[in-house]
Design a protein around this ligand. Structure first.
Ligand code: GLC
Length: 687
């Protein structure tokens, strides 16, 4: 059951697709208070209540015990005390033996979620705007609730199948030649690879939709050349458009009066990578249409995928902000500066970037009315995603394009994926990446992943390997790192063969993982889930924070610690462990329900599979284009045989029907003499 309550005059966000009539009267579960415009919802928590949700946010899968803020932020160097990341996913699901319900705030402004932080037995949700639609969802089970929410907000984005391949990225690749080196180093060592990202250095002066003519003299030809080798280019596009008369994107946007405005009606200007920029008003349909068209030259050059960045929007500084900081510091000139004043001066400049005063300085035009940015801040990245998706659809409605964005809001999950932003080469960020994934799935973002290896600071060999082992299972599997950090491509490391084998496992699993992803997406389900979704009555499973359910029958439990030779894993039921070392080299170990200490040397990582659920391994390969997705080895813990539905499509159809692509597979029971591992059926399948 879904109930809706409307407060004030909400600004349409496009997040919800279903038309739910608003109710009046008291809101179930919550006490409602108002403080000026603010809406404050409070609830007393059950002692053992778990709270899932908030998609991309720090800390555990269970969000209880901390305070979070929905305020899309450019937060390089985030830690576990960072209250806002790049996205706002305003859904919470409360789960305890006593009750199960969800609450969704369709509110594009600042929302604070104090989930047992101020008082451990109380959750308090505060909407600054006070204009919002509030939805309360009740269902019989966690998966049902997740499905109801997806039906409310729409089907998840479907990437093309090649987007499940391994993607190499680094801030700094600046020419065809550098990219050729990257691809040939992968190919010559047989490290699988499907795409290379182009970061801002491919552009002329960091201007969107341009490319350096000397470094990329024939982008179309280059993209063709790579496609011959089953490789694709994935360029970055940033939100800001540099103020540069004569630059076509600026000129056409200016002519159509597309940019966000200050109160005096002039364009709002702030600096990002290209210097002073204006910002398309992505909340306007005409601006989205205009921006979507700008991708055309790159699409014409054969590009089939993009990543959209800096779309919180990130603002390095505005002239006004800079002037304020100088004025504040000027006041101290000639004074005796003590340490407090010195810190204060430092903060005056540190606080210039992504400053709230700047977010209050500009306006969007919504339905003919000027709306100050801070009221709708969290919609900006989603608007950019929608603009791009529209452009791709108009360009070629017959196929899927890859798109992943840094900033997002629920609703954008229909048009693109997301990556988790600028993480660091830290073990804690490996764990954080894992813990975000199921909550992002709950909020609709199935196509996601983190920067494998970590974006900021220097990776170590073992950390990259452990990141890759998580990446084997994340739909977006991209190695990305920042300028001036240690080179992070697999081939840079002495143990590249180990990493190659790890990526090789991804390719052996790829048709199976793609099938699990598509089944989840097309049934409004989740690809990654907290264990509670499958084992709601098992308190150990409900509180497990470092293992995830994957697809219909799998569970992952990656190593998340430095120098670990293994880890403890909790099995909520009997499972088959496949301990991979390479696509051909793995152990099959049936394990009983309960706790296990699993040996996992650096090159080893496990996949756990429920009884009567097979895992399908294809012969592997070096690119998704050339994978044989017809011949499989099925591995299944089963006594009586099992049935399975395998999904396969052409990888490009934008609107596939599940029923048209399901292949029903019968796994025979394990013949005792034929299988080296009792109870495990190993069958060769041709599908
Ligand atoms: C931002 C992005 C990062 C990118 C960099 C340069 O920090 O999050 O992925 O490499 O900008 O474009």
């Amino acid at each position: 059951m879904i109930r809706k309550y409307t407060f004030g005059s909400p600004i349409p966000t496009g997040a919800v697709l279903q038309d739910v009539p608003a109710e009046s009267g008291s809101i179930p579960f919550f006490t409602l208070d108002r403080e000026g415009k603010k809406i404050i919802l409070s609830i007393t928590l059950q002692p053992d209540e778990v709270i899932f949700g908030l998609g991309e946010s720090v800390r555990g899968m269970n969000k209880r015990g901390f305070v979070y803020r929905s305020w899309n932020s450019d937060v390089f160097n985030h830690t576990e005390s960072t209250e806002s990341l790049y996205a706002s996913h305003n859904l919470l699901v409360f789960f305890s033996p006593a009750r199960l319900f969800g609450v969704y705030l369709d509110d594009p402004g600042l929302v604070t979620w104090d989930l047992g932080y101020t008082r451990s037995d109380t959750a308090v949700i505060t909407s600054e705007n006070g204009d919002l639609d509030l939805y309360v969802l009740e269902d019989a089970s966690l998966p049902d609730l997740a499905r109801s929410f997806r039906r409310l907000t729409g089907r998840s984005y479907l990437p093309p199948r090649w987007a499940f391949g391994y993607i190499q990225s680094r801030w700094g690749y600046a020419s065809e030649q550098e990219i050729r080196t990257v691809t040939s180093e992968h190919r010559k060592r047989h490290i699988p690879l499907d795409a290379v990202c182009m970061d801002i250095d491919y552009m002329v002066d960091f201007r969107n939709f341009t490319w350096k003519p000397d470094a990329f003299p024939d982008l179309k030809g280059f993209s063709e050349e790579l496609k011959q080798d089953h490789l694709r280019l994935v360029p970055i596009i940033d939100a800001g458009i540099p103020v540069a008369p004569g630059y076509p994107s600026y000129d056409s946007g200016k002519a159509a009066d597309i940019f966000c405005k200050k109160q005096d009606g002039s364009d709002f200007v702030a600096a990002v990578w290209p210097g002073r920029c204006v910002f398309p008003d992505f909340l306007r349909e005409d601006a989205r249409t205009w921006f979507g068209e700008l991708y055309r030259p790159l699409l014409d050059a054969g590009i089939e995928g993009f990543w959209n960045d800096m779309n919180e929007p990130a603002l390095f500084y505005s002239d006004e902000g800079l002037a304020d900081a100088f004025a504040r510091v000027e006041e101290l000139r000639g004074e005796q500066v003590e340490y407090e004043a010195m810190w204060w001066m430092k903060d005056a400049f540190n606080g210039i970037a992504n400053n709230m005063d700047d977010y209050r300085r500009f306006y969007h035009r919504i339905g003919g009315t000027a709306v100050r940015h801070d009221r709708v801040h969290n919609l900006y990245g989603a608007g950019m995603t929608r603009a791009s998706a529209l452009g791709f659809r108009r360009y070629d409605p017959s196929r899927r394009f890859l798109l992943f964005s840094r900033s997002s809001f629920i609703g954008a999950h229909r048009d693109g994926g997301v990556w988790q932003g600028d993480n660091f080469s830290w073990w804690s960020h490996l764990k954080m990446a894992l813990q975000m994934l199921p909550n992002m799935n709950l909020c609709g973002f199935l196509y996601s992943g983190c920067d494998l290896g970590g974006f900021g600071c220097n990776v170590t060999e073992d950390l990259l390997e452990r990141f890759l082992q998580l990446g084997v299972f994340t739909p977006l599997m991209r190695n990305h790192s920042a300028l001036h950090t240690r080179d992070q491509e697999i081939y840079r490391f002495a143990s590249w063969e180990m990493m190659r084998d790890t990526v090789g496992v991804r390719y052996a699993l790829l048709p199976f993982l793609y099938s699990e992803f598509m089944k989840a997406a097309l049934t409004d389900g989740m690809y990654f889930r907290p264990l509670a979704f499958d084992y709601p009555e098992d308190p150990r499973a409900v509180h497990t924070e470092d293992q995830l359910m994957l697809g219909e029958g799998c569970m992952i439990a990656p190593v998340l610690e430095q120098n670990a030779s293994g880890r403890y894993v909790y099995l909520p039921e009997d499972m088959l462990m496949i301990r991979f070392r390479s696509p051909e080299d793995y152990d099959l170990v049936p394990l009983a329900k309960g706790d296990h200490r699993i040996r996992l040397r650096l090159r080893e990582f496990p996949l756990f599979v429920k009884r009567d659920h097979p895992v399908l391994l294809c012969p592997g390969g070096e690119s998704t284009d050339t994978l044989d997705d017809r011949s499989f080895t099925a591995l299944c813990l089963t006594d009586r045989g099992a049935a399975f539905e395998f999904y396969r499509d052409d990888g490009t159809d934008p609107d596939p029907r599940l029923e048209d692509h399901l292949i029903r597979v019968a796994i025979p029971a394990a013949a005792p003499q034929a299988s080296p591992v009792p109870g495990v059926a190993i069958s060769a399948l041709v599908l």
